[in-house]
Design a protein around this ligand. Sequence first.
Ligand code: SF4
Ligand code: SF4
Length: 444
Amino acid sequence: MTTQEYKPFGFHSVSLDEDKCQGCTVCIRHCPTEAIRVRGGKAKIISDRCIDCGNCIRVCPHHAKRAIIHKLEDFEGKFKWTVAIPAPSLYGQFPGIEDIDYVLTALKHIGFNDVFEVSRAAEIVSDYSRKIIAEGKVPKPVISTACPAVVRLINVRFPDLSSHLMPVRPPIEVAANIARRRAVRQTGLQEDEIGIFFISPCPAKMTACLAPIAGNYGKVDGILSMSDLYIRIATEIKKIDEPERLSHSGIIGIGWAASGGEATALLKDIYVATDGIDNCIQVLEEVENYRLSDVDFIELNACTGGCVGGVLTVENPFVAKARIHMLRKFLPVSMNKFKDDGDDLDIIYADNALTSPAKGLSSDRAEALRMVKQINELIEKFPGIDCGACGAPSCKTFAEDVVRGYGRESDCTFVLRKQIAGMFSQLELPPNILAGETGKKVGE
Ligand code: SF4
Ligand code: SF4
């Protein structure tokens, strides 16, 4: 059985297989948003706190966490024309290729009618982002919206920073839009007869597609996992003597695959590019405390190394990054530009207002204050050692859970012990019984 608990925001790709879960609590300590609890011997994911970063999939020793993702077979016969839009991180997965066209040709061989690289859209996004930063209308530092796990992190933990988000759609959305328009022109088919499939490095993209909180991933029909398609693509690559000339991306677009690629493409001196969810949190805390106000742009990737480190990739992120670097070597700097006409603006601009800001304690201020007081009182009662025996990652989060109605005080073993001791003392038992002495001798 697969579960995500408390589902106000609908679908999440990252889910729990209850049959495999042993309730070991390893995952609760690695979740950056404190979204996991262990209750009744099984982990539960709190839906409105989960950002689909995939950390729990990486660390679960029993493989009980997994990503729900589309399968190509699910769409058989549904579309008359299909287009694969591969993330640039796909190119770093295969050894021994010296040209991106091998990967793109292999995608056509496994059944797609056409391909359109997300790296092309990334170059258009980079070009447009330079204009946005030059205009200076978005407060500094401007924060990238390319990683949906980071956008959700901002929604859950740093909602006050949403005004810093770059008002630009992420490359996957832009690519899907352009690919669909191009396919309509090429084939004469209706839009809904064309299937656009993103080849994804991570579950966060799947969630962004099915339950967006900013932007609109609606133009993507299916999200397919790199790891699911890996063997089929690798097998086809080996059969190719001369690949079709399909690639139309430069150094800038391909560079988005790894951490720092998006930021360097802006050609600005003062930027921060970091990867790994804990580092992202640290940087966002700095922004919140006004310590990075002189920085122009911040690129944040939830995964180590950037998208090459996504949980649905196959290759070691550092090896994949080195391959990407090699593949870029003989390419021009950029092959795609933002065209300043209505068409391009229509597909690239997004106001990026977060559509489902995470819930605070209560929308009623007086009620919220009362709950904060209750939480503080409970924290005083708990031992403050964050032992995890209650199934929450810390005493503070457990106190919040109790006040929100997600747990009982007595789930804390320290409180339970005190309650039992109190009950015994009310029974006025003789002191030797209270001390655990039965009066029996050893061996009796
Ligand atoms: S995907 Fe990330 S945020 Fe969601 S439960 Fe797992 S570790 Fe927590
Ligand atoms: S860094 Fe890339 S692969 Fe990782 S969650 Fe963000 S978008 Fe997905």
